[in-house]
Design a protein around this ligand. Structure first.
Ligand SMILES: Cc1ncc(COP(=O)(O)O)c(C=O)c1O
Length: 392
């Protein structure tokens, strides 16, 4: 089988049948002519494979799905209009009222909001197992274990092999959000996880110009996601965005290597700085998840978080940055910085924020592809304005 860099360039794509175009064209069409009454009937009866309507399937989108599935080592993928559309479709099509979802957090604030505000309103129980053994958290109604690793925003690491083994033994579906690691660094399916979800908005696109999502796994398990998740819920990816993703993913392995190298240098710099109270990066030997990360990640990724001890210090630091843009999202070629406490996690319950380490002094950095020396110079000059942290 071809190696990852080769798959990133070639998987899912082939010269266009009509024209020979090497790059997959943007099939910017909502509908496809059947070419006859009887074929229409066969297509709708599922007796013949073919394109009917872009809400369900489109050739450009299919190429993106095939490339992502190949990178993740999965049989198939289903693309969605955003990461949240993918996660919502996953949960709402695979679970039913009376079922329970158990998660290992912290989770991206939007996922947490979906679970607590909407999923629960449909009669599906939500249980946080972040800080207790899974065996204690699951019950007879548990149908899904959901895990994010490295987790947003504190880079907490969960052991995917352990989660998969636990879930398999009990017939529970395991789901991993692989947005931060990408298949370049971690392949959850090979570790036994059943389904992988992505915010493709982030590293898969890589250029900050797309909002997209996907679920990857065995074809049979994904059937309800296409049949109900797309057909009924309708959060479909546009062909143009699928084209941008195909283009971005060709360089995913190269970009991830550069993100990880830059992030490691940034993390080591921050760790030595007296104004920084704590650095969260799974590549640092003193990160609590370092050993597990070293086992399940090929490198430690491009995300770094730091605690400056107070909101005032975080504000002074963020307002002093010039190369890092203050913006949400991550995984772009441009470096980004956010203050989760006052932005993405603003609406999360205070007790939950504290428990998950989303403190007023926490800043999350998405280390882009600029020269790491320039990024470190920018961080150094911004930190010069920050009141010194109290150690501990
Ligand atoms: C880990 C993770 N999962 C899911 C999402 C949601 O994806 P999207 O913004 O594409 O809807 C995000 C967004 O930041 C995220 O960071």
């Amino acid at each position: 089988m071809a190696r990852l860099r080769t798959l990133a360039v070639h998987a899912g794509q082939h010269p266009d049948e009509a024209t020979g175009a090497l790059t997959t064209p943007i099939y910017q069409t909502s509908t496809f002519a059947y070419g006859g009454f009887d074929r229409g009937r066969r297509l709708f009866a599922g007796e013949e494979e073919g394109y009917v309507y872009t809400r369900v399937q489109n050739p450009t989108t299919r190429a993106f799905e095939a490339k992502l599935a190949a990178l993740e080592g999965g049989e198939a993928a289903v693309a969605f209009a955003s990461g949240m559309a993918a996660i919502a479709a996953l949960v709402l099509t695979l679970l039913r009222p009376g079922d329970e979802i158990v998660y290992l957090g912290p989770l991206y604030g939007g996922t947490e909001g979906l679970f607590y505000d909407l999923v629960r309103a449909y009669g599906i129980a939500v249980t946080d197992a972040t800080d207790r053994p899974l065996a204690e958290a699951v019950g007879p109604a548990t149908r899904m274990i959901y895990v994010e690793t490295p987790a947003n925003p504190t880079l907490r690491i969960h052991d995917l092999r352990e989660v998969a083994r636990f879930a398999r033994a009990r017939g529970i579906v395991s789901v991993a959000d692989n947005t931060f690691a990408t298949p370049v660094l971690t392949r959850p399916l090979a570790l036994g996880i059943d389904l992988v979800v992505h915010s493709a908005t982030k590293y898969l696109s890589g250029h900050g110009d797309v909002v997209a999502g996907a679920v990857v796994g065995p074809r049979e398990r994904l059937e309800p996601l296409r049949a109900e998740g797309l057909r009924h819920l309708g959060g479909v990816l546009s062909p143009f965005d699928a084209f941008l993703l195909l283009r971005g993913m060709k360089t995913l392995p190269l970009r991830m290597a550069a993100h990880a190298e830059g992030a490691m240098r940034v993390a080591r710099f921050l760790k030595e700085h007296p104004a920084v109270r704590r650095v969260f990066y799974p590549g640092l030997e003193d990160h609590p998840g370092h050993a597990i990360a070293a086992r399940q990640m090929d490198a430690f990724g491009g995300m770094v978080a730091l605690d400056l001890g107070s909101e005032a210090a975080a504000r002074a630091f963020l307002d002093g940055l010039t190369l890092f843009a203050q913006a949400v999202s991550l995984g772009d070629v441009d470096s980004l910085a956010t203050h989760p406490y006052s932005t993405t996690h603003q609406l999360v319950d205070e007790a939950v924020r504290r428990r998950q380490g989303v403190t007023p002094g926490l800043v999350r950095l998405s280390v882009g592809l600029e020269d790491p020396e320039d990024l470190i110079e920018d961080l150094a000059q911004a930190l010069a304005n920050v009141p010194r942290a109290v150690a501990g």
